[in-house]
Design a protein around this ligand. Sequence first.
Ligand SMILES: *Cc1c(COP(=O)(O)O)cnc(C)c1O
Length: 474
Amino acid sequence: MKAKPEARLELTEAEMRDYGYKVIDSIIAHHLNQEDKKPVSLATRKEMDSLLGEDIPEHATAVDSVLETVMEKVMPYTNLLSHPKFFSFVPGPSNYVSAIADTLATGFNVFSGGWVASPAAAELEILTINWLLNLYGFPQKKGGGIFTSGGSMANLTALVTARNIKCGDDYSKAVIYLSDQAHSSNIKAIRIIGFRKDQIRIIPTDGEFKFSLNKLKNAINKDRLAGLVPFCLLASAGTTNTGTVDQLQDLGAIAKSENLWFHVDGAYGGAVILAKNGKQLLKGIEKADSLTVDPHKWFYQPYEMGCLLVRNHKWLSGTFTEKPEYLKDIEGNSSEINFYDHGIQLTRRFRALKFYMSVKTFGLKAFREAVQYNFDLCEEVERILRKSPKWEVVSPATLAIINFRYNPIDQNLSEQELDKLNSRISEKVVSSREAMLVTTILNKQTVLRMCLINPRTTLAHVLETIELCEKMAE
Ligand SMILES: *Cc1c(COP(=O)(O)O)cnc(C)c1O
């Protein structure tokens, strides 16, 4: 028996080749000409519905025509997070080698769940996780980790592990501590795994957006006196708002003396380990029990790729191993890791491949230089803004993030007027679609936030955007 050609979901060899080349050509054209496009795309649900809405198609459509539809009606309506003038949230600079590696992994549909399913996929994940363990000064043999879809899933995986190792099955009195600048994915994860709101302590930050150590110590003591069980301290290595790194050494010491799990969320700032003074900036990170890094941000990988590292790989297998009968035959020995036993997913895409291929192709040195360039560019932008009578730096260049606001010295605007003015500047810049630059709130002030982690962003791109802001302000 043999399925009809169309039921095999196949194209002819010539069609496949032609289709593939067309896709590759458009990816390359996008990489080459991205700068000439607008980074911002704006469309309402109504507009998109009228462009794309249709019932599920029962019958075939010509292969070229579907691709054309996508190139005309889908791709143009996405924001370009790798555009050199995309400054908001966390840009996704990505790189071509990794994009092609992802295509390869998908093309072969590699199953990256268990050793027996794909020994080389597991081996590359072990190898690249070891590279990362080494970069962060984590124990090489004992340490472990796993690639996830992103930072949110890495934080979730970390917190499930922390809860299991520290509390076991009874976590009714367990309390977790994080700062008011910690990323929202952490609160989300804490809620997903079933903690009540009253088990979460959000500790205010000091004037520099770092954990207030005094308030943290007070909170821990108060909870112990109330008969609760502090179990986890969550620090940030680069907050998303300001790039601030918490006092990792002090927090690590508190975690140790209080017997708390020490999780560091380095989804934004972890990659700064590659900068010249990265080890200094992240000092204390090597003491974390678990560390989230997010290669699809500042390690220049395409979506999706997050990573969780732990000091002891047995913590992961001890937390996530379940043994259904149909997986018994493929268990293997303990050095042959089944990543489905180290995290949440069973079926997993082959994420390690893009990291492996891009680092081997460009060399780590190129990544170091890119991160350092991002750093230096941000500091240069700070110097320029400080010299201008129109701009006020609200939070200085920190891990390639700078927050500033339009506040001309000769105009004596009130706080309220400044908030309104800076919101308007951002709205007008975004609706011009020339640059993506949105506001955040710091110390109750509305400020413009620029995240400069794209190595293809030049000083000219930034200066053009600042000029555009000034034009909008007037
Ligand atoms: C982006 C970010 C996350 C979430 O990561 P995703 O990859 O978006 O899921 C978590 N923590 C911090 C500090 C981040 O910047």
